[in-house]
Design a protein around this ligand. Structure first.
Ligand code: SF4
Length: 353
């Protein structure tokens, strides 16, 4: 017999479930792609990315065969770029293995696939009884059961995983998992849950104890760091300079403009006198310098980037110091860049293509 929670949830889903392009398929590759895109991205934003991605890479073979730069271009603007790198590396592994693993353990071993994604792929593609546990599930269960155990504590994670597994309908794990994801996204939302018309409102502990806005509980506060980036868009006739970011920092393997990073905010005059800037242009005749943006704030999950951008004009044929790629400004669209850099490109190139 189904738990009353599960019955109500499935009845709610029958009426309110979303129609999404990755629903209605049991293709593990497409489910995998959709889950990776949705890991840190809202459905509204991820929808178009998913459609474009699977149109260009319709199966694991086409993704495995693609160059990493192209995969990154299809990810450009979504953020959390390690997701794309891992997905690409794992696609190559799947091809090497001769096909997608068919067990939870096999799927879980793929690069970038955690418990949540493995449970989603296995339940939706293969009908295996693994309950998903993500932010939506934490929220729904913490509120409905009135659980105050922090969701980011070891004990909390264990408890929620166990409860989610107990409530799962083993006859229809795919439907159940999609139902709870949609319920968290549409009904029991983080800031404005629709408790009045909720099918669980008669049994919801948080609602009856006035704790809806206090649950779920999080133990740790994320520490936010601030970084100060100063970009230089250099023009040498129709050419400019970019480089590929290396490992060990944000935006690994994405391209960006020559950059000076400072420990804190600096005025324009001091920036242009700084050692790092001088090294960049040492021996180069700078014909003009124009500030394009004084400070653009770009918020990432644990960091705030404060970025400025300058446009430098240097003689045709001149080069900046450093290991930069000289590219035609008309070809810039072929390089995957962080959204912040893309913003500076459009600022500069719409004014002066
Ligand atoms: S009654 Fe409100 S808090 Fe409780 S499960 Fe429903 S929407 Fe969430």
């Amino acid at each position: 017999m189904k738990h009353p929670f599960t019955e109500k949830l499935l009845a709610w889903y029958a009426e309110n479930g979303r129609t999404l392009p990755w629903r209605g398929t049991t293709d593990p590759y497409r489910i995998w792609v959709s889950e990776i895109i949705l890991q840190q991205t809202r459905v509204a934003q991820g929808y178009d990315y998913y459609c474009r991605f699977v149109e260009r890479f319709p199966d694991v073979q086409s993704l495995a065969a693609a160059h990493e730069d192209e995969v990154m271009r299809y990810w450009q603007g979504l953020g959390y770029y390690s997701r794309a790198r891992n997905l690409h590396a794992a696609a190559r592994e799947v091809v090497r293995l001769g096909g997608m693993p068919r067990t939870y353990e096999g799927v879980r071993k793929l690069k970038g696939v955690g418990d949540y994604t493995a449970a989603a792929i296995c339940s939706i593609a293969y009908g295996l009884p693994y309950a998903v546990v993500d932010g939506n599930v934490y929220r729904v269960l913490a509120r409905w059961m009135g659980i105050e155990e922090p969701i980011d504590s070891t004990a909390g994670k264990k408890l929620f995983a166990q409860l989610a597994q107990e409530l799962l309908d083993p006859q229809q794990p795919s439907r159940y998992n999609q139902a709870i994801m949609d319920f968290g996204a549409l009904q029991c939302t983080p800031t404005a849950p629709d408790c009045l018309f909720c099918p669980l409102n008669d049994s919801c502990v948080a609602l009856h104890t006035g704790k809806v806005d206090r649950l779920p509980v999080k133990e740790k506060k994320t520490k936010v760091t601030h970084r100060y980036f100063h970009y230089f868009f250099v023009r040498a006739a129709d050419y400019t300079f970019i480089y590929k970011r290396g490992p060990g920092d944000i935006w690994q393997h994405l391209y960006e403009l020559p950059l000076v990073e400072t420990d804190g905010p600096v005025e324009e005059g001091r920036l242009l006198e700084s050692e790092a800037y001088r090294r960049l242009v040492d021996g180069v005749q700078v014909l003009s310098v124009r500030q394009v943006a004084a400070e653009v704030k770009h918020v990432l999950s644990h960091r705030v980037i404060h970025a400025s951008c300058h446009e430098l004009l240097i003689p045709p044929g001149a080069r900046l110091n450093g290991d930069f790629l000289k590219v035609s400004t008309a070809d810039l669209q072929n390089f995957a860049v962080p959204r912040l850099v893309s913003h500076f490109f459009s600022l500069i190139l719409t004014q002066n293509p």
